[in-house]
Design a binder for this molecule. Structure first.
Ligand SMILES: Cc1ncc(C[n+]2csc(CCOP(=O)(O)OP(=O)(O)O)c2C)c(N)n1
Ligand SMILES: [K+]
Length: 483
């Protein structure tokens, strides 16, 4: 199957002239057609009609009152929830759309992530991995959204969405191989820990695959990427490709792109570019903001002054909802609906702002008590937690109890520690792999560098743990390595 970015260019190359014209046309113009002034072929103002017909403000009416709008004129958007902090259902129309076993699976996925996070955070402290980021307190957003998406929807993550990988079937071994950068890591050990990617699970990775031009082979790896918000225009572009694919082939499976980001990332220019292009081109993309209160040390009060991120969606003409991100049922209901809306008609973007709290430090490189009080964190932990909420709901329903909780925790811990030990023992990728995936054939420069590397490793073997790399020094063997 072609990935969305490949599709967009291929579809456009092969498209008929009419499809190309359609793809290039701006969807909002379709609605403008129904504007009587516009259809009359004039953009000028109709005298005394009371309605503005400037091309940039088609829905506005004239007023003679000189009044600036202030954000305080509007009440904040409400926060949708289904279940409260105590696991009590507050939406009387709600009934679960899945059986108890499926709910338990969701809970186990959330539990898995939270236990893996604790273990790996400690592993970093012990010097066994270089870096880690936990998603404590935000497990419902990732697991909940993932559980109602189609497995072929293309997901673009930020870096705190390990729950999506888990829910889609990323294995414990895959998590550990990436974290330990061993030879089984699909990213070939080139990324910092937690920069996962998985093409078979449609969580964006290797989007460009191999593009050979003369001697240059570009392997575009799209794993989670640290530069904030870069995933957002990519998601809009992928959604546009999915839209074009369906225009060309009405039998193509309806799919959306889904992009995750934090409220801090929403201060990046890429966020605005992504929302605007998605709105103007009517791209079927669901933007999901995890608003967890902090962008490293920057609290939301210093990050923005408007009504969160949701108000910006409205500003871009995007259907938007704010939800309680600690309530997995609200997350599921909103995401299901958002996906449906994104696929209606020719497609359109939808924005979800999921309110939550970053319980832990930003990463292992951070000490959050330098900028927030311990008591604030303790208070949050006591007051609200997505795992506790779902657990209370399940206990009230009679499908979960203390014994199951203990047994599940113990067995998940065993599973993670076993994979941990195996991944830690596993060899690192061959040293030669650092020269690969850019050129189809090694250039003279690279051959020379490979030879220099080999000479250095032979001269100072005790300085490098050569035995820990797959194939040892011999992976630099042969003509190339000896030059
Ligand atoms: C373009 C860019 N600027 C700054 C950073 C440094 N940085 C890494 S994470 C982060 C905070 C992002 O916060 P948010 O998007 O709210 O996500 P969260 O970490 O809270 O999940 C910053 C500023 C970066 N990685 N990329
Ligand atoms: K944040």
């Amino acid at each position: 199957m072609l990935n969305p970015l490949q599709m967009s260019s291929r579809v456009l190359q092969r498209a008929s002239p009419s499809l190309r014209r359609l793809a290039a046309s701006r969807k909002p113009c379709l609605s403008v057609v129904s504007n009587p002034i516009r259809t009359a072929g004039s953009l000028s103002q109709r005298p005394n009609s009371g309605f503005v017909s400037f091309p940039g403000a088609l829905k506005s009416s004239f007023t003679s009152s000189l009044k600036f709008e202030t954000p305080d004129s509007y009440t904040a958007l409400p926060t949708y929830r289904v279940v409260d902090q105590d696991g009590q259902v507050v939406d009387p129309s709600f009934s679960p759309d899945i059986a108890d076993e499926a709910v338990i699976k969701l809970y186990k996925d959330m539990l898995f992530i939270s236990i893996m996070d604790l273990i790996m955070f400690d592993a970093q402290r012990q010097g066994r991995i270089s870096f880690y980021m936990v998603s404590a307190g935000e497990e419902a957003v990732s697991v909940g959204t993932s559980s109602v998406l189609d497995k072929e929807d293309v997901v673009f993550c930020q870096y705190r969405e390990q729950g999506i990988f888990k829910e889609r079937g990323f294995t414990t071994e895959q998590f550990m191989s990436q974290l330990f950068a061993n030879k089984n890591d699909s990213g070939r050990g080139r990324n910092m820990p937690i920069h996962y990617g998985c093409k078979p699970l449609n969580i964006v990775s290797a989007l460009g695959s191999r593009v050979a031009t003369n001697r240059l082979t570009l392997v575009v790896k799209h794993t989670v990427s640290s530069p904030l918000a870069t995933q957002l225009p990519q998601a809009s572009g992928a959604a546009y490709a999915l839209k074009l694919q369906r225009l060309q082939d009405p039998n193509a499976k309806p799919r959306v792109a889904v992009a995750f980001f934090g409220e801090g990332a929403a201060s990046e220019g890429d966020f605005h570019a992504a929302l605007n292009i998605a709105a103007t081109r009517s791209c079927p993309v669901v933007f999901i903001c995890r608003n967890n209160g902090y962008a490293i040390s920057t609290p939301t009060l210093d990050q923005y002054r408007g009504d969160g991120i949701a108000s910006r969606g409205i500003g871009y003409g995007i259907d938007t909802i704010r939800i309680d991100g600690n309530d997995i049922w609200a997350v599921r209901e909103a995401t299901k609906k958002a996906r449906e809306m994104a696929l209606q008609g020719g497609g359109k973007p939808v924005l979800i702002e999921a309110m939550t709290y970053r319980v832990s430090h930003h990463s292992t490189s951070d000490d959050s008590f330098a900028y927030r009080a311990r008591v604030e964190v303790e208070d949050w932990k006591r007051r609200d937690n997505p795992l506790t909420r779902l657990r209370k709901w399940m206990e009230a329903k009679g499908c979960w109890d203390e014994t199951m909780e203990k047994e599940t925790r113990a067995s998940l811990r065993r599973e993670i520690l076993k994979a941990f030990a195996e991944a830690e023992r596993e060899k690192k990728p061959p040293i030669s792999s650092m020269f690969e995936d850019v050129y189809e054939e090694l250039t003279d420069d690279l051959k020379e560098q490979m030879g220099q590397l080999r000479a250095m490793l032979e001269a100072y073997p005790e300085e490098y743990d050569i035995g820990s790399y797959d194939g040892g020094i011999d992976s630099l063997e042969g003509e190339m390595g000896r030059r």
